[in-house]
Design a protein around this ligand. Structure first.
Ligand code: E4P
Length: 223
């Protein structure tokens, strides 16, 4: 399963990419606006730090197909490397995806709430669809089940589109979508840390260290 950082914070992107096998970065207008920096220089900076091989998913803002297409082409002109243009699955967004698919632009359908939206986006040419797990769960519908249904639909119809689970508020949601076959997830820096950190693991490591020091008086076995 691919793991992406859902953030535009350069420090966090550098820190997490140094620690973990990260496959890329996703942003959206809300995430970008939190950084209070000019949009294009910021995404170009993110790309410089992650390199041209890792994925960078950047979202459009317009709500009509022609404007979305113009924004998408502007983005792909300004950014090199492995760029995916994120487009919300509104009807005009689906139309824009169909147009951009003809231009061979790599696409991520975002703000996916239902399996049928995902199916439509896949048919329109999306390479990834991003179901919003926690936002769905806030509607008292299990967001992880929506991910499972999309995975099943793509398998049934032999669609190569990948599921990029998004919008997580706890690690159990991430575990559930991983078990249900999500091809990728994107999560905030604190969620990515929470995937790995565990008090009992920290406690065990402290125990190893203190046992060793008691026996040998050293913190390492390299002299
Ligand atoms: C990613 O593609 C989405 O924009 C993001 O995960 C939304 O998450 P939120 O519901 O926490 O804002």
């Amino acid at each position: 399963m691919e793991i992406l950082i859902d953030s535009a914070n350069i420090k966090e992107i550098i820190r997490l990419s140094d620690l973990y096998p990260i496959d890329g970065v996703t942003t959206n207008p809300t995430i970008i606006s939190k950084e209070k920096e000019p949009f294009l220089p910021l995404v170009q900076d993110i790309q410089r730090h992650i390199g041209n091989e890792k994925m960078l998913h950047v979202q459009t803002l317009s709500t009509t197909a022609n404007d979305i297409v113009n924004e998408a082409l502007h983005l792909t002109n300004q950014l090199d490397g492995n760029v995916y243009v994120k487009i919300p699955v509104i009807p005009e967004g689906i139309k824009a995806m169909r147009m951009l698919h003809q231009e061979e632009v790599k696409l991520t359908a975002t703000a996916v709430i239902t399996p049928l939206q995902a199916l439509m986006a896949a048919k329109a040419g999306a390479h990834y669809v991003a179901p919003y797990v926690n936002r769905v769960s806030n509607l008292s519908v299990d967001g992880t089940q929506v991910v499972e249904e999309i995975v099943n639909l793509f398998n049934t119809y032999k669609l190569s589109t990948k599921v990029l689970g998004a919008s997580f508020k706890n690690v159990d949601q991430i575990k559930q979508v991983a078990l249900k076959g999500s091809h990728a997830i994107t999560a905030s820096p604190d969620m990515i840390d929470a995937m790995q950190e565990h008090l009992l693991t920290e406690w065990s490591v402290d125990q190893f260290s203190s046992d060793w020091q008691m026996a040998f008086g050293e913190k390492t076995f390299i002299k």
